[in-house]
Design a protein around this ligand. Structure first.
Ligand SMILES: Nc1nc2c(c(=O)[nH]1)N[C@H]1C(S)=C(S)[C@@H](COP(=O)(O)O)O[C@H]1N2
Ligand SMILES: [Mo]
Length: 254
């Protein structure tokens, strides 16, 4: 047994025993010792959110992959959830073929940068055929084409203090964040293509986040800004995304 596996097993046994013996508070204390506290730990579901997040992070190897499918398994119908940004600026980008779209990346990085869609397409591209599941109950299989977020993070140079990657939709309304294991995960993409073509407007053109290991709402569409941070407390309501205030988990692992 490798050292990390032994450690994982020890922590897991501790977490499970603590949760069983003396309640979620002890589990949370243990999770805090290992830095496995989600940004929404103070919310109504805080203690159980911490337990779920810590247990997932301890139990599942960091780069374990979401299942990938064959081309023949791609769904005939891809559901859409949520409208494109309802503003004129977005309509102008659509009319201009997104030539002036920029994705800015800043925060705890050595080289804050701004990328056009063409810039993103110059990085080595990847594709994945994965399942997208919405919290509302529907799901579909699609091919997503893009650049792994890790490639862009390596390009801008992430500081060792980084703990979260926060990402914002052009409409300024949708945003979310993920921890560094998901940010470095090989199936976390900045997707600019879908099922062989450019990403359609309904699905987030010109570029969306695709987080294969979490529920659909983490895959924010129309991405125009990414920021790397060591703390979530000064961002939004401090819970890592608007999801917790709406009754959903910050960590939506599947
Ligand atoms: N900007 C933006 N991103 C978004 C949404 C949205 O309404 N606006 N909906 C989210 C939800 S709830 C889901 S399930 C997926 C749906 O992606 P799809 O429309 O490509 O199926 O996008 C997520 N990202
Ligand atoms: Mo969703």
């Amino acid at each position: 047994m490798s050292d990390s596996l032994t450690r994982r097993k020890l922590i897991t046994t501790g977490l499970v025993a603590a949760a069983g013996a003396s309640g979620l508070g002890v589990a949370a204390a243990l999770a805090s010792r290992y830095g496995l506290i989600p940004p929404n730990h103070r919310g109504i579901f805080g203690p159980s959110e911490t337990l779920t997040y810590a247990a997932q992070r301890v139990l599942i190897p960091r780069h374990s992959l979401a299942r990938e499918f064959n081309r023949s398994e791609i769904s005939k119908v891809a559901f859409v959830n949520g409208k494109p940004p309802q503003n004129e600026a977005y309509q102008r980008h659509v009319a201009g073929g997104f030539a002036d779209w920029r994705l800015t990346v800043d925060g705890l990085v050595a080289r804050p940068s701004s990328f056009s869609v063409a810039d993103l397409k110059r990085f080595p591209g990847r594709s994945q055929i994965t399942h997208q599941a919405c919290e509302e109950g529907w799901s579909f299989i699609a091919e997503w084409i893009g650049v792994p977020l890790s490639t862009v993070l390596n390009f801008v140079g992430v500081s060792p203090q980084a703990r979260y990657v926060v990402y914002y939709s052009f409409d300024g309304f949708w945003w979310d964040s993920m921890d560094m294991p998901d940010a470095w995960h090989p199936q976390t993409f900045l997707a600019y293509g879908m099922n062989g073509g450019d990403l359609p407007v309904d699905h987030g053109a010109p570029v969306r986040m695709k987080v294969a290991r979490q529920l659909g709402y983490k895959s924010v569409k129309y991405i125009s800004h990414i920021t790397v941070t060591d703390a979530m407390k000064h961002i939004g309501d401090g819970q890592g995304s608007p999801a917790p205030a709406a009754g959903y988990s910050w960590y939506a692992g599947i």
